[in-house]
Design a protein around this ligand. Structure first.
Ligand code: AMP
Length: 210
């Protein structure tokens, strides 16, 4: 069983790299942002509590995050392992996680902020089937329409320049210490996330020895 944390600022390709890795090695991809978005879309009590925070690009409270992560991992549907994405985002979350779970490695995707802005502001999502697009690298065949289900594509409500700046600031302030904490116990593998997705995936697998 393999247990990995994937870290990197929004737009570094965490979701894409996690999905590629998980489908090749039958691991489960756990995106904490997706878990929260599910709650918002399904109008759960938690969804109502976190919606405004998420839309502003701010971080959800640690107690709510820990409850969601614990609840997801308690499903134990990860016989071959998992890649957890978007968590931990600060030192407290990292300490909670390291107390409860042993991690094999941390995959750290490195990318400059300017490249993040360019990528994130061109991101589009199908609200119906959850397919991701990017107007630079991964355009839909018909402008503004999902290739899979034909639904109109939307911009994530937190992919605005203001929300992105808030996320970049949070990331640098809070996530950098997490890498230092992990680095004392687990291997932190830094990967250049600027090349295309397949090249980055090859670097990830090489670094993991897969
Ligand atoms: P993401 O898809 O990873 O960009 O997450 C979307 C939003 O969900 C973030 O902007 C936060 O509001 C919330 N979120 C996701 N993961 C965490 C976390 N580990 N800690 C706090 N908030 C989170």
């Amino acid at each position: 069983m393999r247990k990995y944390v994937i870290m990197g600022v929004q737009g570094s390709g965490k979701g894409t790299q996690s999905k590629l890795l998980c489908s090749a090695y039958e691991m489960v991809h756990i995106s904490v942002g997706d878990l929260f978005r599910w709650h918002v879309q399904n109008h759960t009590k938690l969804g109502a509590q976190v919606k405004r925070t998420m839309n502003a690009g701010d971080l959800v409270g640690d107690d709510q995050v820990e409850a969601v992560v614990r609840g997801r991992l308690d499903q134990h549907d990860w016989n071959y392992g998992f890649v957890i994405d978007g968590f931990p985002r600060n030192a407290r979350q990292a300490e909670f996680f390291m107390e409860s779970y042993d991690i094999d490695a941390v995959i750290h995707l490195e990318i400059p902020d300017d490249e993040v802005r360019r990528r994130v502001l061109s991101r589009r999502l199908c609200p119906n089937c959850r397919m991701d697009y990017n107007l630079i690298a991964d355009r839909p065949e018909v402008d503004g329409r999902c290739d899979i289900c034909g639904h109109e594509l939307v911009t994530r409500p937190d992919d605005t320049p203001e929300a992105l700046d808030a996320r970049l600031r949070d990331y640098h302030e809070q996530t950098t210490p997490v890498l230092e904490l992990f680095g004392r116990k687990e291997p932190v593998l830094s990967i250049d996330a600027r090349p295309d997705a397949d090249s980055v995936q090859a670097s990830v697998r090489k670094a993991l020895g897969l």
